[in-house]
Design a protein. Structure first.
Length: 476
């Protein structure tokens, strides 16, 4: 097993009581019992794991000794330490578990719960009063008619498809309802498009850095990932053209509006050039515009799809950033010929996105422009507060101011391994995402992705814990 995979699976292994080695052994034992570490899995070398966890080698040696004493691990000269083969443990071959990926650490906290740790794995913001009001109106006014409906709309509730079409039209991308497929969040939209367009061995071009979830989705499909760098205007067109010529990709995945994690905003001229280049080489474009739903018309340039004269562009949207992450409503806007096969894949996946969620989203979408004004002011305040806190407590850090969104891309001193610092930060009660987890090539290893979508008091606690961890890591 790769050391980064095990680190991701261990999660908040330092919580609990007892010596550090005992906590590590306990967390590893739990993974073995759950089948996440099947029998025969080779554990990382002691020195490598110690470095990745920011602990002494003696801690890992003692933890492995405890596993061997419990007959959970076995060691052979020249072969290292592996999970012991026992009849009550699953075997490493054919156990059916999901292997670790770029998003492993981010998802681990969602599954296990936050505990006492403040997780910065996700940009979290609670639902506002507008959501509650819309939900009450839905119950009072729409529920009787909805309950008379069969409840299956594989392509999406007609009222919501119409609202999404109107939303894109207002934002500079003329759209008809039959060009929209409603999905259960943007993640499902990306997964469905990947199934339709990416075959094993095909090249997929992504930005460097990018979102770990899409990296895992493309790798699961057997794609060859080609990473292309960014500048202040978005993905670099010179590098993109070279990638198209050399790799003939099946798909280009970009985040033009408030890129995750850098927060950059692709200029209109850059969007035109990307659309033209993709059309010239016959490359399908998937643009993740989840943050665009939280903007007012004219606030950001029109989607790349608005500039595609002959190419195929899929625009993925979501309400998670604009309204609430708990409202799992996403969508794909694409040519009609693409929506139909995507809808068939969607129907085979879950038949239909929950109808009540869709009806609520249909009520909320027309009011997003007004909500965006309030949200923009709130995010600006939180960003200013957090930048001030970091400047006071962590002057060695270099935050890159985002054009928008809710994430700060922070550059650490160049000799810092953000993955090691993340382990120290975890022991101080805050989970951070190292930049290498956001890059298919493992680059950006001295960067951190730090969301700031928290109230002032939480931001202060985050800054205090990050600073304490920084002092400890500097002393090691």
């Amino acid at each position: 097993m790769e050391v980064d995979d095990l680190v991701g699976l261990l999660g908040d292994w330092t919580s609990g009581e007892g010596a550090l080695y005992r906590r590590l052994a306990t967390a590893t034992t739990r993974l073995i019992a759950d089948g996440a570490l099947p029998a025969g899995t080779r554990l990382p070398a002691e020195r490598r794991l110690a470095k990745a966890l920011a602990v002494s080698r003696a801690t890992v040696v003692s933890a492995y000794d405890a596993l061997r004493a419990a007959a959970l691990a076995e060691s052979r000269r020249g072969s290292g330490t592996s999970v012991a083969r026992r009849p009550d443990l699953p075997d490493a071959a054919g156990d059916g578990r999901v292997r670790g990926g770029q998003a492993t650490a981010l998802l681990q906290r969602m599954v296990s719960g936050p505990g006492d740790v403040i997780s910065l794995g996700h940009a979290v913001d609670g639902g506002g009063p507008d959501l509650a009001s819309a939900l009450l109106d839905l119950v009072r006014e729409d529920l009787p008619d909805l309950l008379r409906d069969a409840g299956y709309h594989p392509a999406g509730l007609p009222a919501l498809r119409a609202a999404i079409a109107a939303h894109h039209t207002d934002h500079g991308l003329p759209t008809e309802p039959d060009q929209v497929l409603v999905t259960t969040g943007a993640t499902q939209a990306i997964a469905l498009a990947t199934r339709l367009f990416v075959r094993r061995g095909a090249a997929v071009v992504i930005e460097s850095p990018s979102w770990p979830g899409c990296i895992d989705a493309f790798r699961a499909a057997g794609a060859r990932l080609v990473a292309v760098g960014l500048d202040d205007e978005g993905v670099r067109v010179d590098l993109l053209a070279r990638a198209f010529v050399e790799h003939r990709p099946a798909l280009l995945f970009v985040m033009p509006t408030y890129h995750n994690p850098t927060g950059s905003l692709m200029s209109e001229s850059r969007r035109r050039r990307v659309a033209a280049l993709a059309g010239e080489y016959g490359v399908t474009v998937m643009e993740d515009s989840a943050h665009a739903a939280a903007t007012a018309p004219g606030e950001v340039p029109a989607p790349i799809a608005a500039h595609a004269s002959g190419g195929r562009v899929l625009t993925v949207g979501s309400l998670s950033k604009a309204v609430w992450s708990g409202l799992r409503i996403g969508w794909v806007r694409a040519p009609r010929a693409t929506i139909e096969p995507l809808a068939r894949l969607k129907a085979g996946s879950d038949l239909s996105t929950p109808l009540l969620d869709q009806a609520l989203a249909a009520r909320l979408l027309p009011g997003l422009p007004a909500l965006s004004v309030e949200r923009r002011a709130l995010m600006r305040h939180r960003l200013t507060t957090f930048e001030r806190l970091l400047a006071e407590r962590l002057p060695d850090w270099r935050p890159h101011p985002p054009a928008g969104g809710s994430v700060l891309w922070v550059e650490l001193p160049p000799d810092t391994d953000a993955r090691v610092y993340a382990q120290v930060a975890l022991r101080h009660g805050v989970e951070v995402v190292p930049g290498a987890a956001m890059d298919a090539t493992g680059a950006h290893d001295h960067f951190l992705r730090v969301p700031f979508a928290f109230d002032d008091e939480v931001l202060r606690r985050i800054a205090d814990r990050l600073a304490a961890a920084w002092v400890e890591s500097a002393g090691n």
